[in-house]
Ligand binder design. Structure first.
Ligand SMILES: Cc1cc2nc3c(=O)[nH]c(=O)nc-3n(C[C@H](O)[C@H](O)[C@H](O)COP(=O)(O)O)c2cc1C
Length: 323
């Protein structure tokens, strides 16, 4: 969970408890990733953990649409008393972070927002890492299998945060149980890690019954003391507010708890990642300082109200209990 939520302490606590913690390298500088890898290793020794990488967007979004969206945001910027950021386009230092992981490989490298090439998969295998690819559709799972990925992470529609889709399109996304079953039928040889609103041992048992090899949870860990979730976001997760899928904050579809920002914007935000993320960053930073839940991207899965404020090891244990 990028954006400061998956701290090295959370990764280590999950892996120590018998899960597989994932460090989120998305949006980190290569130096910050290096520091976080060292912090995880200092706690875990040789025990396994994973690192998640964002594939870079292939092309910038439409600049006229970005400018139009900037005017839509004017009332929010003026309410918060800050100027919008520069809508810059960048690759999130993908090449540097990949090189770092090739030189110092974790047990698993997982990809979001795209499929690595067969050559990159082979390099990671040579470096000693498994490769997992996040998919939201059957055709994406077929592509991941074709490049030699070791597993796909099947992200259902219920899931919190960004859609891990290869392309930020508007194709409908299946609920996790249906997506797992469809991928198992289409590509039976590749193991499937199921993701989306998995909050309890019963949810884990359901996806395993559907043929998944493992379950991945995000929101279930957001209230743990080890997570970097800020106080305003924690309060929203603990509440009952409905979630929505929106491009409003980053220019890529993501599920979060609805607020005045998502209501103001509706469907007006264009597909333009990461430009909209940079455009909106000063507003979101200011809103966090003010504790203003209407100015923050409140990423959360559909079952966020079931998240528990208990140590991460307790969450792992209850997920593994299978009931
Ligand atoms: C706050 C937050 C941040 C996330 N960041 C990432 C990320 O950096 N990379 C990624 O592949 N998925 C990310 N996701 C999606 C998760 O990998 C996963 O699909 C999702 O958490 C599953 O749904 P759940 O939150 O209902 O458990 C994020 C999800 C949340 C809630």
């Amino acid at each position: 969970m990028a954006g400061g939520i998956s701290t090295p302490a959370l990764v280590a606590a999950v892996s120590r408890a018998g899960g597989l913690g994932f460090l989120a390298s998305g949006m980190l500088t290569p130096d910050a990733l290096r520091e976080q890898l060292a912090a995880v290793r200092a706690e875990l020794g040789d025990a396994p953990f994973g690192v998640n990488l964002f594939m870079p967007s292939p092309a910038p979004g439409d600049s006229a649409a970005i400018a139009a969206y900037a005017s839509t945001l004017a009332p929010i910027a003026s309410r918060l008393g800050v100027a919008l950021g520069e809508p810059t386009f960048a690759t999130d230092a993908y090449d540097e972070k990949l090189a770092l992981l090739l030189g110092d490989a974790p047990a698993v490298v997982s990809f979001a927002f795209g499929c690595p090439s067969r050559a990159v998969v082979a390099q990671l295998h040579d470096a000693g890492a498994q490769v997992w690819v996040t998919v939201t559709q059957v055709d994406e799972a077929e592509r991941a299998a074709a490049v030699g990925a070791d597993a796909v992470v099947a992200q259902g529609n219920e899931a919190g945060g960004h859609r891990g889709a290869f392309v930020d399109d508007d194709r409908p996304q299946l609920p996790v149980l249906e997506l797992v079953a469809a991928i198992r039928r289409a590509t039976p040889s590749i193991p499937v890690v199921a993701a989306g609103a998995i909050m309890t041992g019963r949810h884990v048992a359901e996806v395993l019954q559907q043929g998944a090899a493992a379950a991945q949870a995000g929101t279930a860990f957001m209230l743990t003391p080890e997570a970097g979730t800020d106080a305003t976001h924690r309060a929203a997760i603990a509440g009952e507010g409905p979630t929505t899928i929106t491009r409003a904050f980053t220019g890529r579809r993501a599920r979060g708890i609805a607020n005045a920002w998502t209501e103001l914007v509706g469907d007006a935000a264009p597909s333009a990642y990461p430009q909209l993320m940079h455009l909106t960053a000063p507003l979101r930073t200011r809103a966090r300082q003010l504790g203003d839940a209407d100015g923050i991207n409140l990423w959360a899965g559909e079952r966020h109200a079931q998240a528990r404020a208990v140590p991460a090891s307790d969450v792992v244990q209850s997920l593994a209990a299978g009931v």
